[in-house]
Design a protein around this ligand. Structure first.
Ligand code: ADP
Length: 492
């Protein structure tokens, strides 16, 4: 209906142009036939450039008739007396039609060039967006949405061979049926359904087809569909490659970590063994004074204790990891565990200011007093080991909804982000103190296993140069929602 109205309107305008021309040339001044013909020709060229060939042909026809009727003798009839005028009339008609065709062609080419430019701009912006994506699942989620955003499509969908899912720009893209996408991927050829405004194309990498995509409600040229197909396929290949490189990198890091761990264990066992061996060799060689003998015996005694401790820790960890430890859970105040840990680590924290802050209304919690105080001892010993001898250590316990959070904070060097994710792994020891501070790398792993056996979690926050805070949670099973907390400070 709109097309018909447009045809009628433009035809009427063409007719009015001819009528206006005739009125002007007949009544305003005196013009010869050549001037009239050239003016009509100009009108034909303008119409053909603006509206296309068919309107120009229509205008050429009616202006030929009007030219003949009003300007070629005998005027007022459609007959022509002079044969020369026949030639002039046909030359006019032919020139009008040819010129109309030429300018129509130029118009169409300009239009096509414009469309191409827009498509190239869109493809460019699409490729830019693809470059920012680094994982295949994200790419599959983003591609359909980007196609419909950038190309103004009603919907878009993508399917990768070997994967069951179809990724869509929105839920309303059921017209892009999964079976059809799978068929296009299997056949490897494009499919256009102009009646429904659908277009499907395979995703091709050279001769290999890796999937298919479909667009509804946007008429893209063959070239653009091909370019889209290649762009998407390359982006998928690229993100796959990035992911593989990431995995290889992670595997390499894991390998490095493994050997660091082995180094550290070997070092921990070798140090006491070397000392014992050297002492025993000297003792066997004889010729030592009673004092020297005593000194060497003490070394053997201390170093065997250290090895014993190592083996004990390893056994405890193995038992915790295989769930062989039975928790002796009884209601206890968290303050009791703190006190027990302070007693046990008296030697390690000697000479330090240790501040204890426990929220007053904390309820008794169900935990294994021995094991939780071991965890606190471990955290306290670490705080003492990894911070300056005269710096303060803070212990706190507060309620956080249904949990009680217990923290040990020190003013040490802190732990960098990478190490924060590794220190709870068994045998991992910080790279800066692996060989300078004695340890086994098992303390935090044991603490974590104990807390997890109680249903809690252990975390660390740290600021380089300012210190670290190790926290663990214990669940209060009798917690009801309307309970709130306040804190008072006690100093030990
Ligand atoms: P160990 O102390 O025997 O090395 P842990 O499992 O207790 O083993 O700790 C693992 C690593 O975590 C330590 O080697 C150290 O690098 C780091 N770490 C633990 N506690 C602290 C702390 N309070 N401050 C800084 N680093 C710490």
């Amino acid at each position: 209906m709109r097309l018909a109205a447009r045809i009628v309107f433009r035809s009427v305008v063409c007719t009015l142009v001819v009528i206006a021309g005739v009125l002007f040339f007949r009544h305003v001044g005196h013009f010869n036939a050549t001037t009239v013909a050239l003016s009509f020709l100009l009108a034909v060229l303008v119409v053909s450039t603006v509206w296309g060939f068919w309107y120009a042909a229509f205008l050429a026809l009616i202006s030929t008739l009007a030219f003949n009727f009003f300007f070629l003798p005998p005027v007022g009839t459609l007959t022509i007396s002079d044969p020369q005028n026949w030639v002039a009339l046909f030359a006019f008609l032919l020139t009008a039609v040819i010129a109309g065709q030429l300018s129509e062609r130029a118009r169409r080419e300009a239009l096509r060039a414009n469309e191409r430019r827009t498509e190239i701009e869109r493809l460019y912006s699409f490729s830019q967006r693809l470059l920012t994506i680094e994982s295949v699942p994200e790419l599959l989620n983003q591609v359909p949405r980007n196609i419909s955003d950038i190309f103004g499509a009603r919907g878009a969908a993508i399917h990768l061979s070997g994967r069951p899912d179809v990724y869509r720009s929105s839920a309303q893209t059921s017209e892009l049926e999964s079976q059809r996408l799978q068929m296009v991927a299997t056949r490897g050829g494009p499919e256009i359904d102009s009646a429904k405004g659908l277009a499907f194309a395979p995703l091709r990498l050279g001769v290999r087809t890796i999937g298919a995509f479909g667009i509804s409600g946007a008429a893209l040229s063959h070239e653009s569909m091909d370019a889209l197909s290649t762009l998407i396929a390359i982006a998928i290949e690229r993100t796959n490659a990035i992911e593989n490189i990431g995995k290889a990198e992670a595997a390499r890091e894991h390998e490095k970590l493994h050997s660091a761990i082995l180094d550290s264990i070997a070092h921990e066992f070798r140090t006491p063994l070397t000392a014992i061996k050297a002492s025993v060799t000297s003792l066997l060689a004889g010729g030592l004074s009673a004092g020297q003998q005593n000194e060497l015996m003490t070394v053997v005694d201390e170093e065997s204790d250290r090895m014993n401790h190592l083996v004990e820790e390893a056994t405890q960890l193995a038992r915790l990891e295989s769930n062989q430890v039975e928790l002796d859970r009884e209601p206890h105040q968290i303050g009791d565990a703190v006190q027990k840990a302070l007693d046990a680590t008296r030697k390690a924290i000697a000479g330090r200011s240790v501040k204890v802050t426990i929220a007053p209304e904390l309820p008794p919690l169900n935990f294994d007093l021995e094991l939780i105080s071991n965890v606190l001892s471990q955290l306290l010993e670490n705080a003492a080991k990894y911070s300056p001898p005269d710096s303060e250590i803070n212990i706190s316990a507060v309620r956080n909804k249904a949990e009680v959070v217990v923290s040990v904070a020190d003013r040490g060097a802190g732990i960098d982000e990478l190490e924060r994710s590794l220190i709870f792994d068994k045998f991992y020891r910080g790279k800066d103190n692996r060989f300078s501070v004695q340890g086994t790398g098992m303390g935090l792993a044991i603490a974590k296993a104990i807390i997890e056996a109680h249903g809690g979690t252990v975390t660390v926050t740290s600021q380089l140069g300012h210190g670290s805070v190790f926290s663990f949670t214990l669940v209060d099973r009798n917690y009801s929602v309307d309970q709130s907390s306040s804190v008072v400070t006690l100093t030990s």
